[in-house]
Design a protein around this ligand. Sequence first.
Ligand SMILES: C[S@@+](CC[C@H](N)C(=O)[O-])C[C@H]1O[C@@H](n2cnc3c(N)ncnc32)[C@H](O)[C@@H]1O
Length: 237
Amino acid sequence: MGQAFQQTFTFLIGDCFVAKNAPRNDRELFMTNFDERARDWDSDPLKVERARDVADAIRKAVPLSTSMNALEYGCGTGLLSFALQTDLGQITLADTSQGMLDVLAEKIHTAGVQNMHPIKLDLATDPLPAERYQLTYSLMTLHHIHDPREMIYKFHALLEPNGYLLVADLDKEDGTFHTDGTTDVHKGFERVELQKWVEAAGFGNVTFSPAYEIKKMIDDREKVFPVFLMSARKIPG
Ligand SMILES: C[S@@+](CC[C@H](N)C(=O)[O-])C[C@H]1O[C@@H](n2cnc3c(N)ncnc32)[C@H](O)[C@@H]1O
């Protein structure tokens, strides 16, 4: 086997860079690299379309108003929050990727938008911010969180009583959405299980609606990965 074949290289699959042809243990060390993807993120029209469709689904699920302060968690370049920007009051946009946050800050500056505020935040490890929100939403991020159940408790703590949680993410899939080189992702979610987690954390009125369909060629056949929108409301008390 030639040396070139043994070298690790990265290639793009869906939302992730993954390593191919690396030894198994090395492959498992490779994480999705959102910093590297940030500059080109918005050049994918399907990601823009996805954010717009999810924004429409959120508008149908929740009566939005400019008196609502919102948190987007795992905002990336802010596609979803830009789509909701005029529907909401102040929007805090949190992500762990500095590359994503840099692109987002440039977009906010260029657009001259006053109500969008990026922060670097990992709720899994950082102290809970002091601010509370009427709305928390995330798009295609929960499946990247190591402990999504724990994260739902954090979302609950950050919401005001009667606040809304909106999560758009993949339905349970067979692992072909990401490759087996990425071990840091969940293969979507069973809605019933997610609802149990959310209710255990103190939410009620849990509903699911279809938000988008991601289509990919897998083994020369088109495969559809549905994206749901889950809406839930923090039970006061
Ligand atoms: C698939 S991208 C989605 C980005 C954006 N929501 C969109 O739909 O265009 C997942 C995002 O979650 C962020 N992310 C991954 N792990 C995270 C964590 N533990 N906390 C916050 N954000 C995280 C990544 O940096 C990335 O921007």
